[in-house]
Write a new protein. Structure first.
Length: 251
C-alpha cells in the first residue's frame, strides 16, 4: 500500500488561491490583459461540457472537490451531490460558502501586494443539495454506495497511487451512470512516485491510452473533449493547461 503523502493543501493562502480559481470572475483575474477567456471558469465548465443532462441523474459524487465550485455546478441539475476532498481547510471553506453564499479572500497581485475578492455562489445553484466531507480518494469509506454521476477533475495526477483510485471507480458508478474525468496528465514526482505513473515513462504508452485500457472493462467511452484551464499566479503571470476531458458510461 502506498502511503498518502503529506497534505500541502491546508494553508489559508492555498484556500484563497483555490477560492479565486473556482469563483473569481474573469475580469477580477485578468482585467483587460490578452489572456484566453475561454480557459477561465474551469470548475464550472468541466461539468457543463462533460455532463449528459438528458440522463436520469439523481446523485453525484465530486472527488477532489477542493472548495466546491464543481459540486455546486452539479447541483444545478442533480438533487443530491457529495463533494469529497483530502484537505480539511478546503472542505471548511466549501461548507462555509454553502451556508453564507459569500467568502472574502485575497490573492497575490505583485510582490507582496494583495488583491481582495469575494467568492460567491447564487441560489440557482441549489447549495442546499450539496454535502461536503473530507476523505482520501485512494481510500474512500466503504459505505459510499453508487452514484449516477462521478466526477474527478484534475485529480488523477495529484495522487500518490492513482491506480488504486481508478480501480475503485467501477464500484462507485451505478449501472448506466456517468464517469466524468479530466486530467492534464501532469505527472510530477512531488505528488506521484514515477513507479506509480499511469504512462508518462520513456518506455510506456501514452497516459490516455493506458487509462482507457483500465476503464474499458467496466465503462464505454462516450465523449472526449479538450478542456483548457487558466491558473493565475499573480496579476501578470498565468499558467495555461489543457485537461483531457472524457465521459464514460458504466456497463
Amino acid at each position: 500500500m502506498t502511503p498518502r503523502m503529506s497534505n500541502p493543501y491546508e494553508s489559508q493562502t492555498l484556500v484563497d488561491e483555490y477560492l479565486f480559481f473556482h469563483y473569481a470572475t474573469f475580469a477580477e483575474a485578468a482585467g483587460d490583459l490578452p489572456v484566453p477567456q475561454e480557459a477561465w471558469g474551469f470548475p464550472q465548465r468541466v461539468v457543463a461540457e462533460l455532463l449528459d443532462t438528458s440522463s436520469l441523474n439523481r446523485t453525484a459524487l465530486d472527488l477532489g472537490c477542493a472548495v466546491g465550485a464543481s459540486s455546486f455546478e452539479l447541483a444545478r441539475s442533480i438533487p443530491m451531490v457529495l463533494g469529497i476532498d483530502f484537505s480539511h481547510a478546503f472542505i471548511r471553506a466549501a461548507r462555509d460558502l454553502k451556508h453564507s453564499h459569500a467568502l472574502e479572500g485575497s490573492v497575490l497581485s505583485e510582490g507582496k501586494r494583495l488583491q481582495s475578492f469575494t467568492a460567491r455562489i447564487v441560489s440557482e445553484l441549489h447549495p442546499e443539495r450539496v454535502e461536503f466531507e473530507t476523505g482520501d480518494a485512494m481510500n474512500l469509506r466503504g459505505d459510499l454506495g453508487r452514484f449516477d454521476v462521478v466526477l474527478a477533475a484534475n485529480l488523477i495526477c495529484r495522487l500518490p497511487d492513482p491506480l488504486r483510485f481508478v480501480e475503485r471507480l467501477a464500484d462507485l458508478v451505478a449501472p448506466g451512470g456517468q464517469l466524468l474525468l479530466a486530467t492534464p496528465f501532469s505527472w510530477l514526482e512531488q505528488f506521484t512516485p514515477q513507479s506509480n505513473w499511469i504512462g508518462g515513462s520513456e518506455d510506456s504508452s501514452a497516459s490516455c491510452e493506458l487509462l482507457a485500457e483500465l476503464l474499458r472493462p467496466a465503462f464505454s467511452l462516450e465523449l472526449t473533449k479538450n478542456l483548457p484551464f487558466l491558473i493565475r499566479e499573480h496579476s501578470r503571470k498565468f499558467q495555461y493547461g489543457i485537461s483531457l476531458g472524457t465521459r464514460w458510461r458504466r456497463h
